[in-house]
Design a binder for this molecule. Structure first.
Ligand code: PEP
Length: 252
């Protein structure tokens, strides 16, 4: 059975003190979070070590990284390896967020290597995909998103793809306050699920969690999460507020 997931992408926000305060806020409110939901936070990389210690006794709260390279170690200044993440007990890692694709020119090939390396280290990749506004308006958005998924993920075996979480994040909805409607989101999630099933079979396709991301907030999460193929959310802005993040976890 696929997991229900709420993952917070803190991006490059919060100084160390603010980040620790937010973590404490989440921990103090742990009883209010949905017990049937996998709750994940992805703080900035320099905080992961201390956060791993602070969450060691909190199995309900998982840690994710926002990025990782695909090689284990070596002369790659500024990069973080999956081996290093694993040594901190990091369970998840974002891959292919639109900000990394756009600002840092990450392409299909690199993303596919990153996904594979994470799986090899038993870290769950949260693979992001989604179209720009002009692609949405040009009406080839379905094919565009499917190509992102096929190019970076469909070389994985059936056992590997089951270890991936997919996040559909229409770029025009990220940080804009302009959420996709539940119907718009479900349309793409449904297509992704159908292609997973066509490629890997019913059982595997139905086991992959597909999250929605893009201005997901407490007031729209319920409708989004009620859709057949939406298994939770990748949350940016609203994950920086403990109360909102908690409310989103209770929106299933
Ligand atoms: C994101 O960046 O992954 C995201 C979904 O951001 P926001 O919720 O702020 O739109």
């Amino acid at each position: 059975m696929r997991k229900k997931i709420v993952a917070g992408n803190w991006k490059m926000n919060l100084d160390y003190g603010q980040a620790k305060n937010l973590l404490q806020d989440l921990i103090q409110n742990k009883d209010k979070f949905n017990k049937d939901t996998e709750v994940i936070i992805c703080p900035s990389a320099p905080y992961l070590g201390v956060f791993a210690e602070l969450t060691a006794d909190h199995d309900w709260l998982k840690l994710g990284a926002q990025n990782s390279y695909f090689i284990d170690s070596g002369a790659f200044t500024g990069e973080i390896s999956p081996t290093q993440l694993k040594s901190l007990q990091i369970n998840y890692c974002l891959v292919g967020h639109s900000e990394r694709r756009d600002v840092f020119d990450e392409n299909y090939d690199l993303l596919s290597k990153k996904v594979k390396a994470l799986i090899n280290h038993d870290i769950t990749p949260i693979f992001c995909c989604g179209e720009q506004l002009q692609v949405r308006n040009s009406n080839v958005y379905r094919e565009f998103v499917m190509k992102q998924i096929e190019d970076s993920l469909f070389s994985l075996s059936a056992t590997e793809i089951e270890k991936v979480v997919i996040a559909y994040e229409p770029i025009w909805a990220i940080g804009t306050g302009k959420t996709a409607t539940a119907e718009q989101a479900q349309e793409i999630h449904g297509i992704i699920r159908a292609r997973l099933i066509a490629n890997y079979g019913e059982k595997i396709g139905n086991n992959v969690s597909i999250l929605y991301g893009g201005s997901c907030k407490p007031d729209n999460a319920k409708e989004l999460f009620a859709q057949a193929d939406i298994d939770g959310g990748l949350i940016g802005g609203a994950s920086l507020n403990a109360e909102d993040f908690c409310a989103i976890s209770n929106s299933f």
